[in-house]
Ligand binder design. Sequence first.
Ligand code: ADP
Ligand code: X2W
Length: 257
Amino acid sequence: MKEKLTVIKVGGKIVEEPDTLNQLLDDFSSLSGYKVLVHGGGRSATRIASQLGIESQMVNGRRITDAETLKVVTMVYGGLVNKNIVAGLQAKGVNAVGLTGADMNVIRSVKRPVKDIDYGYVGDVEKVDGKALADLIHRQIVPVMAPLTHDGNGNLLNTNADTIAGETAKALAEYFDVTLVYCFEKKGVLRDENDDDSVIPVLTPDLFKQYVEEGIVQGGMIPKLENSFSALDAGVSQVVITLASAIHKDSGTIIRK
Ligand SMILES: Nc1ncnc2c1ncn2[C@@H]1O[C@H](COP(=O)(O)OP(=O)(O)O)[C@@H](O)[C@H]1O
Ligand SMILES: CC(=O)N[C@@H](CCC(=O)OP(=O)(O)O)C(=O)O
């Protein structure tokens, strides 16, 4: 039987605020067993880009990443956010290592082809080196993954953090019994976004389709759920979407095939 591993993805709103981030790192530190942390930071990138006079543009939940924006996201995700998290975890006794996809060649991607929209320097994941990650994990090292990948020709590419989490969970499913947890600022997938008590306990592909048509599920939640179903199809054992401060409670929305 495979050993258990939890992949936690934490989004931009939690990461941006020191108090919520510290709470998350506390909860993450006390999780037992093998674990990986994947972080976003989209809000921080938007804020810092704006301070530098660079406007941000999102299309279908993805950032249009021109050359200047790529510099900003590299600094923010690969530097500021990733290293603060690693230092925070070290302070809590977790031996974390921060990685972009370029480090150890852990995530290769291809620049998204231009169809209707030119996303610029945005990468679609081609391959995650599950073995390299599993080796680190077996040495009791906790990978902390930034939403940056590379194309093998010297170019970094911006990649959605939910996708990094989904693809990493899939690659690790060959070596571990993987639970993928998307945590954010709400209690789960909600029937009414303004009512925190309207958590949908179980979400299946049919219900997902229905909720998208009804406008109940929209925006950033759509790619999160698409990544969730794709992870289950590829051998990830469990996917949960829940409140950041509830990662070791039995709560939130369970995603089922
Ligand atoms: N039915 C829903 N339940 C909860 N959140 C939803 C729902 N539909 C859309 N959302 C939106 O999805 C967002 C989460 O997606 P995203 O912004 O990509 O988060 P993250 O910060 O985790 O990357 C929530 O902040 C919320 O505004
Ligand atoms: C291509 C693309 O859109 N990349 C994302 C990566 C960060 C991210 O996904 O952050 P959250 O999880 O906080 O949303 C972006 O630049 O916003």
